[in-house]
Design a protein around this ligand. Sequence first.
Ligand code: CA
Ligand code: CA
Ligand code: CA
Length: 190
Amino acid sequence: MLNKKILLSVLIIGLVAAVTGAGTWAQFSDTEKSTGNTLTAGTMNLKLSKDGTNYSNGVSGFTLDGLYPNDKGNIGPIYVKNEGSVDGNLSVTINETTIKNLENSIIDPEIQDDTTPEIGELGKHLTIYADNLTIYNKGSIYTRSLGSLSNGADTKIDLTYAVDNANNEIQTDKFVFDLEFTLNQALTQT
Ligand SMILES: [Ca+2]
Ligand SMILES: [Ca+2]
Ligand SMILES: [Ca+2]
């Protein structure tokens, strides 16, 4: 019995000695570095073009003349490009503060139907589409998603219009507006 206790004590002492003595043992070692790690934020830069080649930060609008009741047609194409490094989602709307309904003087045929010389009526009878999605309809504005635009990608948006069954009150009237395209970072990057 005594021998067993002595043997156990010797084993424990030996184990403690082995553990505490480990740090003092010599061993090889080597360290190397990966230097200058740098993380840089990307870019998101939407650009527009009217011909698909000369992209810039915004373009001048289109000018159409000669609209008439029940008329419809093309306003023009706008090319949009994501020149950034980050994927985005494109949307378009009309900036409400830029809308002008100009009377442009009441001419003789208008007199019978138009009693408001300060405001034009064309906007009340007009619908505007971007890729066949309504973005303006007789005074109401809509923001429309035009899909994803990955980094470096471009696409063409067709702008069209339609005039309803208006009467003489729209003659010579002008409807002026700014289009606003917005590119928002996509939640999932490819
Ligand atoms: Ca007029
Ligand atoms: Ca008027
Ligand atoms: Ca008018």
